[in-house]
Design a protein around this ligand. Structure first.
Ligand code: HEM
Length: 128
């Protein structure tokens, strides 16, 4: 798969994750098992796809990509926060409000850092 296709598929998967999350949120509590499973699986698929794409691009760039690596690490931590807060939202009937706030704001931050890391990596590959 070439870099442009990877970027398009990453964006499409991310959009599906956001839309399924909003769908789940609108369906209310108790969460529909079907929508919850769809949201979780799409989120997992998105993270795996973006992770593999970033890893392959990073490998092709070599050890010089320090800035890229730091943005990738930040993105990984943001995704981790989404999985942890997503699990807390589903386990507890009334989790502290901050948990939902984090799960609403971090998707936008992780979208920004994902775009930035794939962009930096793709630009680096072109320059090599
Ligand atoms: C890439 C990872 C993820 C992203 C970008 C993401 C994004 C979102 C978004 C945008 C919402 C809608 C928030 C709202 O409109 O109020 C949402 C809701 C939700 N997500 Fe995720 N999510 C991710 C992973 C997960 C995972 C792994 C789980 C479960 C383990 C999960 C569980 C939930 C739950 C339970 C809600 C409903 C919250 C509510 O009651 O409003 N999410 N997600």
């Amino acid at each position: 798969m070439n870099t442009t296709t990877r970027l398009i598929v990453s964006g499409a998967l991310f959009l599906l994750t956001l839309l399924s999350g909003v769908w789940l949120s609108h369906s209310g509590k108790p969460y529909s098992t079907l929508i919850f499973t769809i949201h979780k699986l799409i989120a997992l698929g998105t993270v795996i796809f973006i992770g593999i794409s970033a890893f392959n691009l990073y490998k092709a760039l070599g050890a010089q990509a320090f800035v890229e690596l730091s943005v990738i690490v930040v993105t990984g931590l943001l995704f981790l926060a989404l999985f942890v807060t997503g699990a807390l939202l589903s386990i507890f009937d009334a989790p502290p409000g901050i948990v939902l706030k984090v799960h609403q704001v971090v998707p936008l931050l992780s979208l920004a850092t994902s775009i930035l890391s794939l962009y930096l990596l793709a630009k680096g590959i072109k320059a090599v």
